[in-house]
Design a binder for this molecule. Structure first.
Ligand code: PEP
Ligand code: MG
Length: 556
């Protein structure tokens, strides 16, 4: 029966496909005593599961090739370790179920590895993964991690962390639905980067049955469960209609009276460049460099690896601006080699620039790599620091850039309310500001961006957030410097007009949003955008702000 659910739409478009759940951490199987006569059957089940998991790992290795193959083959060997299997069988003989015996035998082996020096301790995560796979198979629940599927699917999860999604095959993911996460969570950001529709903060998402067909409307936030043929056709027609309206919009970003607002792309690495160029991005407004290092987040990336990745991006944008953000590790983007594991509240701990000032060698390597990558290229390189709190932070970053001999503009992200409040002081040290509205909302409203239950407060239409944006933009204007927005707020076409009216000088977003924002801006004059901005700021809630801006722009 067709039912409709509603979450928050965060990435445009319509996707219709089967639900596949992101496997969750494997539950601890209950301790249960089995009768002696069942032992042999349980041992057979355990052996079969081990063999199947090992074969699957080898097959995945063959497909992946390279370093991944070596890792997967080593995992397959772990699964088949004769001593481990003997331990599993012994535990079953004394009354364990197969799944509990695997769980306990791996726990004993894990303790040995963890205490056996740095190299072997580093393999514990691989061992856990093998255990999770065998236990999941025995329990008949989905494999942990990215779904195993050869068919395209709609990925459903509690929330998605960047590390979970590094392994996703973009050609198979039709769309995302998450139960948690707000409009600025990484699920939302990733969906926009992939250009697939997404709905977040959907209550009950994780209870959708595996394999159910759903239709996801990433513009309205609507999910139709088991849509009938008529509904499917209606949604597909709507998506086609929206797309057609966009193809009319080309060229640089500007209001209808010619006030230029460069439209830039947010990227996570060279893989996102093609989509940015295709969408007509006028440059890059946010290169999230930490995304490059998620595949091996145990080691600091080498200078050579960084130079190669940066150069690929810089080469793609001749005569254009490319704003590179130095590593923003911590909180929702932890990197094992940098992020402290024991912080009570990582979002308020050592993250972003704070981490880099604690690890000056990592910052130096990155800045040197950027300087080398830009050598001889006709690009306008700009480098900015995440999570700048005050003028001292801005100065420390600018000093580090100068010491590294970087020939670029240095800037500060405004993500903490203190930076917006004291933007003029920060601009004494750096040449531009870039508003990270995702974190700015998180810190202004004390609302964790990863928690769906507080998504109301992460809404970038909140008038208090608009006030802080206005404050930073005015400070930049007074100092004769630029102030862009690179948070997800820039990807909402109506809000983009309001941000322009507040005085921001560029808008940076996932490539897929550029045509929508371009088309919206081209419809209104700067004066209309300013009136919409004033009306939004005068409102008392996000919803009222949105309605007030809409009313001004549609001439109501
Ligand atoms: C932001 O916080 O708005 C931002 C652009 O940075 P990130 O989303 O990567 O934290
Ligand atoms: Mg941020």
């Amino acid at each position: 029966m067709e039912t409709t659910l509603r979450g928050v739409g965060v990435s445009h478009g319509v996707a219709i496909g089967q639900v596949r759940h992101m496997g969750t951490a494997v539950l601890e199987p209950p301790v249960k005593q089995i009768p002696a006569e069942e032992a042999e059957r349980e041992q057979g089940r355990a052996r079969q599961a081990v063999e199947a998991v090992a074969a699957d790992l080898v097959a995945r290795g063959n497909l992946a090739g390279g370093e991944a193959q070596a890792v997967l083959e080593a995992q397959a060997m772990m699964a088949q370790d004769p001593e481990l299997i003997a331990d599993v069988e012994r535990r079953i003989t004394v009354g364990s179920t197969a799944e509990r015996a695997v769980y306990d035998a791996f726990a004993a082996y894990r303790a040995l590895l963890a205490g056996a020096g740095e190299y072997l301790a580093g393999r514990v995560a691989d061992l856990d993964d093998v255990r999770n796979r065998i236990v999941a198979r025995l329990l008949g629940v989905p494999m942990p991690g990215v779904p195993d599927s050869d068919e395209p699917y709609v990925l459903v999860a509690r929330d998605l962390a960047p590390a979970d999604t590094a392994l996703l095959d973009p050609s198979l993911v039709l769309g995302f639905v998450t139960e948690e996460g707000g409009p600025t969570s990484h699920s939302a950001i990733l969906a926009r980067a992939l250009g697939v529709p997404a709905v977040v903060a959907l209550p009950g998402a994780t209870e959708l049955a595996e394999g159910t067909v759903i239709a996801v409307d990433g513009s309205t936030g609507e999910i139709v469960v088991e849509p009938g043929e008529e509904k499917k056709a209606q949604l597909e027609a709507l998506a086609a209609e929206r797309k057609a309206a966009l193809s009319a919009s080309t060229g640089p970003g500007a209001t209808s009276d010619g006030h230029k607002v460069p439209l830039l792309a947010n990227i996570g690495g060279p893989a996102d460049v093609a989509a940015a160029v295709e969408a007509g991005a006028e440059g890059v407004g946010l290169f999230r460099t930490e995304f490059l290092f998620l595949d091996d987040n145990k080691n600091a990336p080498s200078e050579e690896k960084q130079v190669a990745a940066y150069r690929q991006v810089l080469e793609a944008f001749p005569e254009s601006r490319v704003v590179v953000r130095v590593l923003d590790a911590g909180a929702d983007k932890p990197l094992d080699f940098l992020t402290p594991a024991d912080e009570p509240n990582p979002a308020l701990g050592v993250r972003g620039l704070r981490t880099l000032l604690d690890h000056p060698e990592v910052l130096r390597t990155q800045l040197t790599a950027l300087a080398k990558a830009a050598e001889g290229l006709p690009v306008y390189l700009e480098v900015m620091a995440p999570m700048v709190a005050d003028r001292a932070d801005a100065k420390a970053f600018a000093d580090a850039c100068r010491e590294a001999g970087l020939r670029a503009k240095f800037g500060a992200m405004v993500e903490i309310p203190s930076a917006a409040l004291r933007a003029r002081a920060i601009l004494q040290e750096v040449e531009f500001l870039s508003l990270g509205t995702n974190d700015l909302a998180q810190y202004t409203f004390a609302a964790d961006r990863q928690v769906g239950a507080v998504s109301r407060l992460q809404d970038p239409w909140q008038p208090a957030l608009l006030d802080l944006v206005a404050m930073a933009a005015e400070a930049a204007k007074a100092e004769g410097k630029s102030c862009g927005v690179c948070g997800e707020a820039a990807s909402d076409p109506l809000l983009a007009c309001v941000l322009t009216g507040l005085g921001v000088t560029s808008l940076s977003m996932g490539a897929a949003s550029i045509p929508y924002v371009r088309a919206a801006l081209a419809k209104y004059t700067l004066a209309q955008c300013e009136r919409a901005a004033a009306a939004a700021r005068a409102a008392d809630s996000a919803e009222e702000a949105r309605q007030a801006a809409q009313a001004v722009l549609s001439g109501e």
